[in-house]
Design a protein around this ligand. Structure first.
Ligand code: S3P
Length: 180
């Protein structure tokens, strides 16, 4: 398959599952460009995600997120790391499924908490009295939407990035006929 016929790849899933880390490495491995929907919003608006949540509210952030997803999904040659809530809106999930290969990364709640640290940059997890229960419940709630938006699911719990990348590359070879 020629490079220009290959769809972009979108990484979806909860905060802290490794979308950015895996996305950057996967892009290098495939000779694709890396893009990040949160970074795209920050670039367009000139302030951080936390500021957008506190100054404009979550609904405004979600509208900006939908615009960013729509703009990125139609481009080719990208590995797109999406925000953890991006596929909760059905129109975002539909556009990603139609234009990209979507890979759902998962991790246990404990691993997610370890990776997001004090969660200051994640407004949805900041100031939670019981972060473990909060993460577990929100993850459970979102699971059906992640599932519905995914072409492939890959667990990242206690796995090295290299092993995760190889699993994805192998799937691209077997299922999509990519030669990498
Ligand atoms: C969010 C996840 C964040 C960011 C925002 C909301 C969510 O992205 O978009 O804080 O709703 O899960 P990451 O998944 O990259 O942390």
């Amino acid at each position: 398959m020629k490079a220009e016929e290959r769809r972009s790849i979108a990484l979806i899933g909860f905060m802290g599952v490794g979308k950015t880390t895996i996305g950057r490495r996967l892009a290098r491995r495939l000779d694709y460009q890396f893009a990040d929907s949160d970074a795209e919003i920050v670039r367009r608006k000139g302030c951080t995600v936390s500021q957008l949540f506190s100054e404009h509210g979550e609904p405004a952030f979600r509208r900006m997120e939908s615009e960013a997803i729509a703009a990125l999904a139609v481009r080719s040659g990208l590995v797109i790391s999406t925000g953890g809530g991006a596929v909760i809106a059905p129109e975002n999930a539909a556009i990603l499924l139609a234009h990209c290969l979507t890979i759902w990364l998962t991790a246990s709640p404990g691993v997610v908490l370890k990776r997001v640290g004090n969660a200051e940059t994640r407004p949805l997890l900041a100031n939670s009295g019981d972060p473990y229960t909060h993460v577990r419940q929100l993850m459970k709630l979102r699971e059906p939407q992640y599932q519905a938006a995914a072409h492939l699911r890959v667990d990242t719990t206690d796995r090295r990035p290299e092993a995760i990348i190889e699993e994805i590359v192998e799937w691209l070879r077997q299922e999509e006929g990519w030669e990498n």
